[in-house]
Write a protein that binds this ligand. Structure first.
Ligand SMILES: Cc1cc2nc3c(=O)[nH]c(=O)nc-3n(C[C@H](O)[C@H](O)[C@H](O)COP(=O)(O)OP(=O)(O)OC[C@H]3O[C@@H](n4cnc5c(N)ncnc54)[C@H](O)[C@@H]3O)c2cc1C
Length: 240
């Protein structure tokens, strides 16, 4: 006897939507798109899968259902749909992003391609919070801010010069990159389930996360809200 297995999502196509988010350096690449669900939205696919045991699987009303699933930690429903974002950032912040092990990544390779050192990522000098090691305060005096700004320019200039010289001398890219600082630019694709994005955004928009990473998480949240308005409403994310 043949096993009775039905293919539920025949071809979970991905569709491309390019959003212009130059300022945040976070761009929507793809969202899972249902092919058998007549409601034809990623959120309705999650509801359709959640109702696997219901005689009314195509019920077009699902705001209450998704809200119930969030409130009751029924997270598997949110694993039925994936989203991919392109993120441009520094190697310092990429190291934090890559720790989110439930995501799949593709990152620019410094072994196969040479780094564009004109895009070094800079930051402002913030003061170390003595009470909270996970916090920094943006109230440094102008002379320290100017000094830090120039220090970054000096390092970037020296790195660029020595990195280029190493390449010119025939040193392999995988070795030459040891001359590059954490401010070196990188680009990665980050793909994960909506469950993972919900928890990533909750965690990385929190004040305990470094500002440069928080900026990325807030941009991801903005994209999430545009793609998943019902879930965003249930999470009370629509207001910022
Ligand atoms: C402020 C801060 C400081 C840190 N400091 C250090 C450090 O000093 N050293 C170090 O090595 N690492 C540090 N980390 C990294 C941290 O330990 C994790 O490795 C990182 O946040 C990735 O999280 P994750 O393993 O949960 O991966 P994720 O991929 O984000 O999550 C793994 C799985 O857990 C699920 N999940 C996550 N949260 C929830 C939730 N609330 N409810 C239900 N399911 C959930 C996700 O959906 C996913 O399926 C720090 C992180 C932060 C935010």
């Amino acid at each position: 006897m043949k096993p009775n297995v039905e293919l539920v999502v025949l071809e979970a196509q991905e569709f491309n939507v390019i959003m212009n988010s130059d300022t945040s350096n976070v761009t929507l690449v793809s969202v899972t798109h249902p092919t058998i669900n007549e409601h034809n939205s990623p959120e309705s696919l999650m509801a359709y899968c959640a109702r696997v045991s219901s005689p009314n699987q195509n019920n077009p009303e699902y705001a209450g259902l998704l809200s119930y699933c969030i409130k009751n930690g029924h997270w598997s429903v949110f694993e039925m749909v994936d989203m991919t974002l392109e993120i441009k950032t520094s190697r310092a912040i990429a190291a934090q992003i890559l720790r989110h092990r439930s995501f799949s990544f593709q990152e620019f390779s410094q072994r196969y391609a040479s780094v564009n050192t004109s895009d070094f990522v800079k930051t402002e000098a913030r003061r170390q919070d003595k009470q909270n090691r996970q916090n920094s305060i943006n109230d440094m005096p102008d002379d320290t801010r100017d000094w830090f700004n120039k220090a970054q320019d000096d390092i970037n200039q020296l790195s660029t010069q020595l990195y280029q010289e190493a390449l010119d001398r025939g040193v392999a890219k995988e070795c030459a990159r040891f001359l590059l600082p954490l401010s070196t630019p990188t680009r990665l694709y980050m793909k994960g389930s909506i469950r993972s994005w919900i928890h990533y955004i909750e965690l990385r928009t929190d004040a305990s996360t470094q500002k440069e990473h928080r900026d990325i998480a807030f941009a991801a949240k903005q994209i999430f809200c545009s793609q998943f308005p019902v879930a965003a409403q249930a999470l009370a994310w629509n207001n910022g």
